[in-house]
Design a protein around this ligand. Sequence first.
Ligand code: 2IT
Length: 447
Amino acid sequence: MKTQDIMQRLSAKHPGEAEYLQAVQEVLESIEEVYNRHPEFEEAKIIERMVEPDRIFTFRVTWIDDRGQVQTNLGYRVQFNSAIGPYKGGLRFHRAVTPSMLKFLGFEQTFKNALTTLPMGGAKGGSDFDPVGKSDNEIMRFCQAFMLELWRCIGPDQDIPAGDVGVGGREIGFLNGMYQKLSREYHTGVLTGKGMTWGGSILRPEATGYGALYFTQHLLHKADKSIEGKRIAVSGFGNVAWGACKKATELGAKVVAISGPDGVCEIKDGITAEMIDYMLVMRSSNRNRVQDMADKFPAKAKFVEGKKAWSIPCDIALPCAFQNELDEDDAKQLVKNGCWCCCEVSNMGCRPEAIHFFQHNHILFAPGKAVNAGGVATSGLEMTQNAQHLNWTAKEVDERLHHIMQSIHEQCVEHGTQPDGSIDYVKGANIAGFMKVATAMLEQGLI
Ligand code: 2IT
């Protein structure tokens, strides 16, 4: 297998699908060497099969806005790979959603889910519906209309969606309500990220951010460093950024920046508990403006329009917002300002050139599919609780999440340790995830 040849064929077949091709290329580059040591993979054409989704559902979603106008959006579910378990992955509501974006996310999800140690295949879905500026009633009507189509494609042992950008507890509630009404049977485990009174798991809202910080702790420990007292720049202010800020602060680090599409808030003395709580208000307002934090806490947060979180001096950068949010120039600026570690929390948050820059400059770097896997792992724990008709305690969920993040770190070290003793976390995560999925596919025949 040659990455270049496969990429050439794929880009001819899927022209213009930039995010999808970027995600595939990163994985293929990492695994090429290992793959070529296994002729049985080549014989079964594992790569050719693995880079294409099993199937994609596309549907029209029509709903009525608050002015009584008819609105039409597109909805999708990309069921990528079910070699190791039922399809599992979030739903993204964002105006820029395209099949390419959801294919990249579904592809990444397949390897990420394999890393969690839990039996989950990979999927992703969503819509080009833009939640910015929408009322709660509009969100509800959209979610209901979206589920009118989606419900035929999903099920607790078939495909289990959850949240992603633009889809949080409120949206999962509306989606779940409609699903239960349509199916006329109470399938508790058909969505994860549910509310605590209707089948949700304690700590699921926090899990992506908490897991990311647990992973960061392991990575720092391995490098003989600690997180205490370190300055952390976080991008975004949504669910993932919120969990990351909470745990980072609890562990004694100082979150000195959060950001939004409008700019960055510099928080010199570190974010406070009150400000972290306010992030939830900002998210549910649907305004999508980080300036609101500086307006609410003018003595603590300074808003700078049009700048990214990466312009604020820090020790550790945690991209928590969107793919490709950190480019090569950002990486250079971070390093110039003293940053020495970047743990990607968003899916594919860094451009490939930024990752290469970090790696060439010996900056500790770990990829999203390892760092952010605590979210989907805790979704897996929610499914287990649903299947048992039980709720575990916060202590039990947190211990399991800790254990899973430790195991993901160990898998990265096992597969990513280089001859010079350094650890390539990108290679480690990709090889570990790939080997698990490839072996499962091989053992189950040509299907
Ligand atoms: O990117 C992700 O892993 C998620 N959005 C969470 C998916 C899930 O099924 O919990």
